[in-house]
Design a protein around this ligand. Sequence first.
Ligand SMILES: Cc1cc2nc3c(=O)[nH]c(=O)nc-3n(C[C@H](O)[C@H](O)[C@H](O)COP(=O)(O)OP(=O)(O)OC[C@H]3O[C@@H](n4cnc5c(N)ncnc54)[C@H](O)[C@@H]3O)c2cc1C
Length: 484
Amino acid sequence: MINADVIVVGGGPVGLWAACELKLAGLTVILLERRDVSMAQSRALTMHGRTLEMFAMRGLAERFLAKGQAISTGHYAALDTRLDFSAFDTRYPFTLLLPQSQTEALIEEHARELGVIVLRGHEVTRITGSETEGYGVFAQHEDSEASFHARAVVGADARRSIVRQTAGIAFEGHPATLSIMMGDVSLRGLDGPPVRMVTNARGAVTIVPVGNGGTMRVIVVDPQRTHVAVGEPLTLEELSASTRHILDEDVHFSDPTWLTRFGDETRLAARYREGRLFLVGDAAHLHFPAGGQGMNVGLQDAMNLGWKLAAVLNDRAPPSLLDSYEAERRPVGAQLARNTEAQGALMTRFDAGHLALRAEMSDLLKVPEINRRLAGVLSGFDLRYPSGGLFGDTPGAGERVADRNIVLPDETTTRIYALLAGGTWLHLSFGDSAQVALPGWLQAGAVRYVTARTPKSQASHEQTQAVLIRPDGYVAEQLPTAPR
Ligand SMILES: Cc1cc2nc3c(=O)[nH]c(=O)nc-3n(C[C@H](O)[C@H](O)[C@H](O)COP(=O)(O)OP(=O)(O)OC[C@H]3O[C@@H](n4cnc5c(N)ncnc54)[C@H](O)[C@@H]3O)c2cc1C
């Protein structure tokens, strides 16, 4: 039996990131992944700005930016009016197109640098034990069973999650009601912008670049074909015929690297935790992939859980801190299910009523406040965790901290996120004596104290005298400047 503080089940992007965060906080972490080799598929192409911010907090954003392609806007339900991220106070007011295979490879590289033990070819078949005695985790590896023991288990094992099943947590929702075709292909016969979205009475076609090698992702909603079961193989001919019919153009596809169908199965775990079994990512929420959200939300689940679980296992926080994981993240999962159901309805029906609804919605998105609201939800920029309880209820508590420049006492300029790279709490004072009271359970030794001033060009930041920032970049408490 091999011991670890935490076993992470599932080595997709979310499990890998959870393992990184737990390891960064000093725990021993073993990740068990049933696949022998890394995933090669492009799947999640869209990385939102908030996810780039999360990586920036650990000094990694440049690695992703170097490999991806930035697109200045995003989409809601493939409507003609694009989502505009320029109003957000961020260094990343765009979406990054990067195949999921590359995202996973970069996170795995970071995991290995940190010292996470990643064991491939290990399919978890059984989990026993309890919160008090810890958990036995048993995995099929080649012809034998490998056994592990851990104080906590993180289930990042997606749709059929054995962690969720062991925990007895219901996965509430509905099965797929339709299917959509998707291919990563080379194409001839189409010119135009890198991202193309067409919807008409015959159906819908979306074309976006996959990486920098010339491959394009083609997503086709053909109402004549949506009845085909998700598991049915897709041929290049079927994808081509539907695309030509909908676009009424003579396009030619070749060299497919991935042909698949996906559906609108939508489910949300009734709870995100049972004892010290936790659910993150697709193990906790499944939905119609619209607006590029599943992986992004899952990564934020992992970021939220990582520091909390580590603090409790390191005896630096009360066990009740773990309740805040579900309290903060399940509403995000519920919102994800809701907005993807709504997008699905707008993206898969082509009668006159639905086309008119699309036109109305597209017009509404021209109103900046409405555009910002949806852009804020899909990107995660506008997420605000409920304040009170373990966290403060001062104005701004629960909101994300923007990555502003600050000037240190030695006159060097740095970024706030750079100070979070170690994964600790950060107390920033904009004035020598300004102090925010720590939550009663938080030891001062677990907090990095920094005194700084804002550069002259950023006078607005002087609204804050001091701010206590959680390891995941959200405000725990802040002390606003008294009105002058
Ligand atoms: C066509 C399509 C397009 C998408 N586009 C986007 C997008 O643009 N942006 C976005 O954010 N999301 C997108 N998504 C969603 C995204 O792909 C998922 O949300 C994401 O993969 C979830 O990551 P995960 O780590 O939770 O699960 P997964 O990536 O599914 O990883 C789970 C891992 O667990 C392993 N596993 C399962 N059971 C066991 C076991 N018993 N033992 C050991 N290992 C196990 C699996 O082998 C797998 O590697 C898209 C999805 C699809 C299908």
